[in-house]
Design a binder for this molecule. Structure first.
Ligand SMILES: [Ca+2]
Ligand SMILES: [Ca+2]
Length: 343
């Protein structure tokens, strides 16, 4: 299989909703793994400037921005896993270029204009968290959150500290520099879910906090170095990311909405699950991607505008087939199996 076709196939498989259907047949139990491709409702690979199709909501104008079709190869970042070699994506930057003026909240969120998703669906994308180094601990002001969510009207910035959150969104820091590196927000909990909420897959512990990169649950992340080309351009990009920090690697981010259950995962690791029925009133049916700072301090690093950002590529929203459809498909497959066995 040529590399391009192989990548496309791998992406298709990732986009597939894998249903485990077990049916009892007499005394035998048949375990069935049935891949079903969900219909694609929305996609953007950012290889062209699609900004006209997106609403960009900035809080702190002049401090945060969104750059569509940004060539991330220019800062040494390799092509995303689902990009077939191209290096164009969406760059999100927050709370920069402001000199000494301290601003909080500050950030940007973007949503496809006019999007109104309903039913069960999966949002997924490739995510790279970049920051100004050194990588272990980060440089000045390097701790920011990049994330995504669902259920917004798409008309207001969906960022921490913003009182008018109308979506359920999740995020992660790149450098592990916060005591809350993994986050979840909703209209009912605009200050962010705490560890005791039970929202986080790492548990309800506070020492270490279930949301902190230092929690063993996140130990699969970390130890990443800057791409050689970026380290050549910016010699400060030394060292490796802290254990449990999600930066400096392409991550596969998934948000599944199944009924009222909204689950956020990174590279297949469940991070947080919010019950939409207890999350307050959502503003609409659009997805969002966001970047925000968690405090007012603006990086004093002159290189931060080149290095401190969230990078998104290959956004896709696809239908998650309803259980009844899965059951019918499983039954059909079972009939086929029975027919084959008789031959
Ligand atoms: Ca791309
Ligand atoms: Ca931390």
């Amino acid at each position: 299989m040529i590399a391009t076709a192989k990548r496309q196939y791998q992406f298709a498989m990732k986009a597939t909703y894998l249903a485990q259907i077990k049916l009892v047949l007499g005394a035998s139990v048949v375990a069935w793994a049935l891949p079903l491709s969900g219909q694609t409702l929305f996609s953007d690979n950012f290889d062209t400037d699609t900004s006209a199709s997106w609403s960009v909501n900035v809080l702190g104008v002049g401090l945060s921005d969104a750059t569509f079709a940004f060539d991330y190869g220019a800062v040494g970042i390799p092509s995303a896993p689902n990009s077939s070699g191209t290096t164009l994506g969406l760059r999100l930057r927050a709370n920069q270029f402001g000199g000494a003026s301290a601003v909080f909240p500050s950030g940007v969120s973007v949503s496809p204009t006019g999007q109104n998703l309903t039913g069960d669906y999966r949002l997924q994308f490739d995510l790279w968290l970049n920051y100004n180094g050194p990588l272990n601990g980060g440089g000045s002001g390097s701790t920011q959150i990049t994330g995504a969510g669902i259920g917004t009207a798409g008309a207001s910035p969906q960022i921490a500290g913003q009182g008018a959150i109308d979506s359920i969104f999740f995020g992660a820091s790149g450098d592990g520099g916060s005591s809350v590196d993994y986050r979840a927000y909703s209209p009912a909990v605009t200050s962010g879910y705490n560890a005791a909420s039970g929202v986080f897959a790492a548990g309800t512990g506070t020492s270490p906090d279930a949301r902190n990169n230092t929690h063993p649950y996140y130990a699969g992340f970390g130890g990443a170095s800057a791409p050689a080309a970026q380290a050549t351009l910016f010699p400060q990009q030394t060292g490796a990311t802290a254990t449990g920090a999600a930066g400096f690697a392409w991550r596969n981010v998934v948000i599944d909405k199944l009924g009222n259950t909204v689950q956020f995962s990174i590279d297949g690791l469940p991070i947080a699950t919010v019950d939409a029925a207890a999350a307050g009133t959502l503003g609409g049916g659009a997805i969002l991607l966001n970047q925000f700072d968690i405090n007012a301090t603006i990086s004093s690093d002159p290189n931060s505008p080149d290095l401190l950002f969230g990078l998104v590529d290959n956004v896709q929203v696809s239908v998650i087939p309803e259980p009844s459809v899965l059951a019918l498909a499983g039954l059909g497959a079972l009939v086929l199996l029975a027919i084959r066995r008789r031959r």
